[in-house]
Design a protein around this ligand. Structure first.
Ligand code: PLP
Length: 370
């Protein structure tokens, strides 16, 4: 192939649409600090995500990090190692201790069979991830959280626009955090949001994203700077107009992958979950060498030779990061370890041509029969 296919490709509106959206900024000179675009984007997202309360941020990471600060947590947070660095870093940067729970072997979210056994008198919260847009076992997590009086903060960075039992996914837990990074299903170039149940949390989050400044002459918290600027909000407003169409196109790509790869020995495709309206964020495939006939590494390399850059999301596990100097025992999360060594997320974006999907699958299947 003479052109590269990356794992994702950022959705962008027509240039004219964006230029039109930012035109007023040249009249107002209002570039940031919760201006009109910020407010409009926040209102539109509240509707789209079907939530009552929402606060915007510069990115998804700051939404998570400042949420943990806003909840004033201390002690241990039960979480998953099968995620992006951000989830674990947000915990540690708040001087909290992550306690890693293993994952379900099929949907890759927190293993609720193990979860409760990790609760101690130091546990203050659960931070599960709707990984790949797969919805966690919300009922069990809520039950355990209620019983032990724990906060639940969902990392919903992969779950933009999803619903569970006909309710916006951001309605679950105390807080849910979303990412609008360029590489995600929906982007505002960079951006993020926290949706939350308790209005009081929103007031704290608002202050924390602006240095803790509370009113003209009062600084009441040690905040950060995590305000979404007007250009990002404008991009978000444009992309939001097209999001349903984008997700519908993603579904076509995902369906095509399934047509080719379903039922092949040694390939585990992602689950379809009942009650979930999916956003088709990722296309993870787990390669079991013995049954399939090739390793994940072999498939990865073969695709790379053809300019197709799949990604090993999520490898390594966050509890194996060199940043933590062996502090966490990865053998305590054996399922996560097994999956992380075998999973590959295949290219998936709205404009990926179905012929390219055919070719990618052909290359993959060849690896298995060589
Ligand atoms: C992308 C991502 C984040 C962080 O979002 P940013 O907007 O890039 O800061 C957090 N958690 C997960 C699971 C993600 O994929």
């Amino acid at each position: 192939m003479d052109r590269e296919i990356l794992v994702t490709r950022s959705s962008m509106p027509d240039l004219d649409e964006y230029v039109n959206e930012i035109r007023t900024l040249w009249d107002t000179h209002r570039l940031t600090n919760m201006g009109p675009k910020h407010r409009e984007f926040q209102d539109k997202l509240r509707d789209y995500l079907e939530v009552e309360n929402i606060e915007l941020f510069t990115n998804g990471h700051m939404a998570i990090e400042l949420t943990l600060q806003a909840l004033n947590l201390q002690g241990e947070v039960i979480t998953t190692p099968f995620t992006f660095a951000s989830t674990t870093h947000a915990i540690i940067r708040n001087c909290l201790r992550p306690v890693f729970c293993d994952i379900d072997p099929f949907n890759y979210t927190l293993d609720v069979e193990q979860l409760e056994s990790l609760v101690t008198d130091k546990t203050c919260a659960i931070l599960p991830v709707h990984v790949y847009g797969n919805v966690c076992n919300i009922e069990e997590i809520e039950r355990i959280a209620k019983k032990h009086e724990l906060k639940v903060i969902y990392d919903a960075c992969h779950a933009f626009g999803e619903t569970y039992n006909n309710r916006g996914i951001g309605q679950y837990g105390d807080v849910s955090c979303f990412s609008f990074h360029a590489t995600k299903v929906f982007n505002s170039i960079e951006g993020g949001a926290a949706t939350y149940r308790d209005k009081h949390i929103g007031e704290i989050l608002y202050d924390l994203k602006n240095f803790g400044i509370h009113g003209k002459e009062e600084v009441s918290a040690v905040g950060a700077n995590a305000k979404m600027n007007e250009f990002c909000a404008a991009m978000g407003l444009c992309n939001l107009r097209h999001i349903d169409e984008e997700i519908a196109k993603r579904k076509k790509v995902a369906d095509r992958y399934r047509e080719h790869l379903e039922g092949v020995d040694g390939l585990q495709l992602n689950v379809t979950q009942s009650g979930v309206k999916s956003n088709y964020a990722y296309y993870p495939v787990v390669f079991e060498e013995k049954e399939f006939g090739a390793t994940r590494e072999e498939v990865f390399d073969r695709l790379a030779e053809e300019g197709i850059l799949a990604r090993k999301y999520f490898y390594p596990l966050t509890n194996a990061f060199s940043a933590f100097h062996g502090e966490f025992d990865v053998t305590k999360t054996p399922v996560a370890l097994h999956i992380s060594k075998r999973v590959l997320t295949l290219p998936l974006y709205s404009d990926l041509a179905l012929e390219d999907v055919d070719r990618i699958c052909e290359l993959i299947l060849e690896c298995g029969t060589r």
